[in-house]
Design a protein. Sequence first.
Length: 320
Amino acid sequence: MPSGLGDDCRLFENPLRGAILVNGFYKFLENIIPATVHIHTRIAPEHPSATILGTERMGSGIIIDDIGLILTVGYVVLGAQSIVVNLPQGDEVAARLVDIDFDSGLAVLQADVPHVAGLTLGDSSDLSRGQMGLVIASSGPKERRVSEGFITALEAFDAYWEYMLERAILTTATNLGLGGGVFVTLDGVMRGVVSLNLGDLRDATMIIPLEYFHQIKDELLLHGQVASRVPRAWLGLSPMPTPRGLVVFGITAHGPAARAGVQPGDIIVGLNGHEILDRPELYRQLWQHQAGADIVLDILRDGRAHTITVQSQDRGAFFR
């Protein structure tokens, strides 16, 4: 199949997807690359995220409308004291954080940036394994990188920072830039936001599907936050599957689990009377409870059974 990133200089249609290429360049990139911004964030040293994520972060973002909304990933702007975005042509403007949706991992910024016409926002509902797409991201204030690959899976994804999506896009397209870029299919439609580099040949990059943004955008625009959603319970621990069981390998300093006495090395075997065999089950049981609820953890520590009650918290309030 012809590549939109190669050296072919003919004008032709991709026979599988119908995307127009000009001089080895997908035509729709003329709309998407100008809308892809570079993000530079500074974080207060005392912010709870600074120890893990640092006090200076770089990321990518995408301008999605004519009022300057920019979609990116939350870890780039978590705890931001200042946010600067750079456009490909060299302009630099300040941005403000509208909100971070901790459930999906998305963040929304707003800045005085020129509207870029022609960007179509879709979702993952009609995607399929084997379908081709592009990852576009910033690698510097003026540099943008594009890579292509195939969708390898549309499935649940979980990670150790109390994070799980019931549906994520996994692709062979390697993110050559910074997190927060855009994933588009060859019809030029934006399908998701680049979240993580997984470093696997088969599943190189994890994409947050755009439907997670569509679910919250109206409330964000009206209230500046998702006001109708009750914050779910958060413990501030990092569980990792091992041959010994679901082991706590990290604790958020001053978080709920730390205050309750949970320790690294504890093995979680139960939550509120429910047996816990894996990380997705832990999260699904935990998120049946609202922030502030008491969560009873059954753990093994040094081969002995213990019960610890953790008063959960709203993650957003903790990191605000």
